[in-house]
Design a protein around this ligand. Structure first.
Ligand code: ZN
Ligand code: ZN
Length: 549
C-alpha cells in the first residue's frame, strides 16, 4: 500500500469556469478514486486561486470588493465540483487563513535561510491613485504588434507576455491618466542558488514524462533566473519580510504552496494533527500534479526549488501529469473570445457524470485534442451507452429473465469462454498498467474494449436462442462469464463514472462499494454461481445536443 498526495493545479477564478479549467480537477479526482480502489492511502487537494490583479481590477470596475467577488466565484466552483462528483479531500482557496499563515511562515523561513533578497526596480506609478500599477492595472499599446488596449501582463492580440514598462503610452486602468515611473523595492527568490540540486533532482526523476524532463533540463541549461516574490497589489497575502509593508506575495508564488497548506487545513478539519507531516514529510510518500503543459516548469523546478530552500524535508514532486490543450471545434478555448464550453452550459446537456466520461475519453494526453458537440454526442451515445451500458444491462437482464436473478453454474468451460476469461485478466492488467502510467484516456478505452469483447461473445452465443431450444447449460455458461466481465467493469469505471459504478455494484448484490469491496477480484471470475443479484435497470440514457453548438 502506497501513500499518495494527489494535486490538481489551482484554477484562477475569474467567473464562468470552462471545461479546460475543469480538466485538471477532474483528472485528480479520477486518479484519487483509482488509487483508493487499489487500496492506497490518498489525500487529494486543490483550491481556488483568488488573489492577484484580474479579480482586483474586476472588483474595482463592478464596484464590489475583491473578497466578495472571490467568494462568489469560489462558491460557484464548489457547486460545480459537487455536481460533477469531484470529491477532493480538500478543495479550499487562497484566502483561507490556514493558507495565508502557511505562506507567510514559509517565506519567513526562506528569508531566514538566506534564499530571499531585495532589490530596487523601476515601476509604473499612478500619482492620482497613489499606487504602483502591477500588470493588469495598466493598459497601453503593444510594443510588438501596435494594438491598443494591451494589458500590462499580456497582449491579447499577439499573445506576447509583457511587463508594464514595455507598454507604449501606458494608462492607469482606474483613472485613465498616464502613470509615472518610480522606484520600488521588491523581494526575490534566489532560485539560481539551487541550480545544481535541481539538476540532480530532474535527472533522478525518471518517472517524469519525457517532455517534462526535457523541458526542465532545457530551462536549467539556459540558466535559472531569480523569481519575483512580491507585487504592489493590495489584494493578496501581505509579504512578511522586514521593510515589505504594503507589498503582497506574487500570486504564482503563493498559490503553488496551496498543495501543502490544503493538506495542513485538511488535518485541522479532521482533527488529525499528524496528517500533514505523515504525508508531506515521509520520504516514501508519492505525489502527482495534474497540470496544463504551460505549467510544467512551475512544478518541476520552481515548486521543488521552494521546497528545497525551506530545508523542511518536504517530499518533492514524484510525478507530473500534464495535458496538452483541449480545442473546441478546432480552436483554442478562450474566455475573452467566447470560444469553448462553460460548465454552466455543460450541466444542461446530459448528466454531469457523462461529462466525466467524455472529458477523460478526450483527455489531451500526448497532443491537443479536439472537442466538438458532435464528438461529445458520439462518445456518450455510441461508446458509453451502446457499448458499455448496453453490455452490462444485457447480461444482468439475462440473469433476471432466464435464471431468476441467480448467477448460474457454468459447468465445464468451453474454449470460447476460457478465451474470454483470459481476455478479462489481460484487460484488467492493461487497465491498471495504463492508470499507473497516467494514461487515463487509454484506461477508458480498456474498459470499452472489454465491454465490446463481451458484447461479441454474448451476441455470437445467443443465450436467448439457447434457452428457447432448451440448451440451458450453454446459456448458463454465457451468462456466468458475462457476469464476471460486468463485475470487473464496475471496478474499471469507478474512477470515471462513480455513480454508475456503484449502481452496477449494488445491482450485482455486492456489499459496500467498489472501494470498500476491494479491487482484488478485478480481472478474475470473482462472482460465484448461486450468487443473487437485484433487478437491473438501464445504466445510461442517450443525449441529444442538436442545436446547442
Ligand atoms: Zn501585441
Ligand atoms: Zn490612476
Amino acid at each position: 500500500m502506497a501513500k499518495w498526495i494527489v494535486c490538481a493545479a489551482w484554477p484562477y477564478l475569474d467567473g464562468r469556469p470552462h471545461l479546460g479549467t475543469f480538466m485538471q480537477l477532474l483528472s485528480a479526482d479520477v486518479y484519487a478514486r483509482y488509487l483508493r480502489l487499489m487500496g492506497d492511502e490518498v489525500v487529494s487537494v486543490s483550491g481556488s486561486d483568488v488573489h492577484g490583479t484580474p479579480i482586483e481590477v474586476e472588483a474595482l470596475k463592478s464596484k464590489t470588493t475583491p473578497r466578495d467577488l472571490a467568494e462568489k466565484y469560489h462558491r460557484q466552483m464548489v457547486d460545480f465540483l459537487n455536481r460533477f462528483l469531484v470529491e477532493l479531500d480538500n478543495y479550499t482557496q487562497t484566502e483561507s487563513p490556514v493558507h495565508v499563515k502557511f505562506v507567510q511562515d514559509f517565506y519567513t523561513r526562506l528569508y531566514e535561510n538566506g534564499f530571499v533578497y531585495s532589490k530596487k526596480i523601476w515601476q509604473l506609478y499612478c500619482e492620482r491613485d497613489r499606487m504602483f500599477l502591477p500588470d493588469r492595472f495598466v493598459e497601453g499599446t503593444c510594443p510588438y504588434c501596435g494594438k491598443e488596449g494591451a494589458r500590462g501582463d499580456q497582449c491579447d492580440n499577439c499573445g506576447r507576455l509583457l511587463e508594464p514598462l514595455d507598454l507604449v503610452s501606458p494608462k492607469c486602468v482606474i483613472c485613465g491618466l498616464p502613470p509615472v515611473t518610480k522606484e520600488s523595492e521588491h523581494w526575490f527568490f534566489d532560485l539560481p542558488r539551487l541550480s545544481e540540486r535541481l539538476k540532480r533532482y530532474i535527472q533522478d526523476s525518471v518517472e517524469f514524462p519525457e517532455n517534462a524532463r526535457n523541458f526542465s533540463l532545457t530551462w536549467l541549461k539556459e540558466g535559472l533566473k531569480p523569481r519575483t516574490l512580491t507585487r504592489d497589489n493590495r489584494w493578496g497575502i501581505p509579504a512578511p519580510f522586514p521593510g515589505s509593508e504594503g507589498k503582497t506575495i506574487y500570486v504564482w508564488m503563493e498559490a503553488v504552496l496551496g498543495y501543502l497548506s490544503a493538506v495542513k487545513e485538511l488535518g485541522q478539519k479532521r482533527n488529525d494533527d499528524g496528517l500533514f507531516e505523515r504525508f508531506w514529510k515521509d520520504a516514501s510518500t508519492k505525489s502527482v500534479y495534474f497540470i496544463g503543459k504551460d505549467n510544467i516548469p512551475f512544478h518541476t523546478i520552481i515548486l521543488p526549488g521552494l521546497l528545497m530552500a525551506s530545508e523542511e524535508k518536504y517530499v518533492l514532486p514524484t510525478q507530473v501529469s500534464s495535458t496538452e490543450f483541449i480545442l473546441f471545434e478546432g480552436k483554442k478555448f478562450s474566455k475573452s473570445k467566447g470560444i469553448g464550453v462553460w460548465l454552466e452550459d455543460a450541466v444542461k446537456v446530459g448528466e454531469p457524470e457523462y461529462w466525466r466520461f467524455a472529458l477523460m475519453y478526450f483527455r489531451p494526453e500526448s497532443r491537443d485534442s479536439n472537442f466538438s458537440w458532435v464528438e461529445f454526442e458520439r462518445a456518450v451515445n455510441s461508446e458509453m451507452n451502446d457499448v458499455l451500458g448496453n453490455f452490462i444491462h444485457r447480461v444482468l437482464t439475462f440473469v433476471k429473465r432466464f435464471f431468476e436473478l441467480t448467477v448460474p453454474d457454468p459447468g465445464e468451460l468451453d474454449d470460447d469462454s476460457k478465451a474470454l476469461l483470459r481476455v478479462l485478466a489481460e484487460s484488467w492488467q492493461r487497465y491498471t498498467s495504463d492508470m499507473n502510467s497516467f494514461a487515463i484516456k487509454d484506461a477508458v478505452r480498456d474498459a470499452l474494449d472489454l465491454a465490446r469483447r463481451g458484447n461479441e461473445y454474448v451476441s455470437s452465443r445467443e443465450p436467448w436462442e439457447k434457452i428457447r431450444k432448451n440448451d440451458v447449460a450453454s446459456a448458463a455458461q454465457t451468462v456466468y462469464v458475462g457476469v464476471q466481465l460486468v463485475h470487473t467493469l464496475s471496478l474499471m469505471i469507478y474512477p470515471f463514472l462513480p455513480r454508475s459504478s456503484l449502481k452496477v455494484w449494488e445491482t450485482l448484490g455486492l456489499n459496500g462499494d467498489p472501494v470498500s469491496g476491494g479491487a482484488g477480484g478485478g480481472g478474475t471470475a470473482a462472482i460465484r454461481p448461486g450468487h443473487k443479484i437485484l433487478p437491473p435497470s438501464p445504466l445510461f440514457t442517450k443525449v441529444k445536443v442538436g442545436g446547442t453548438g
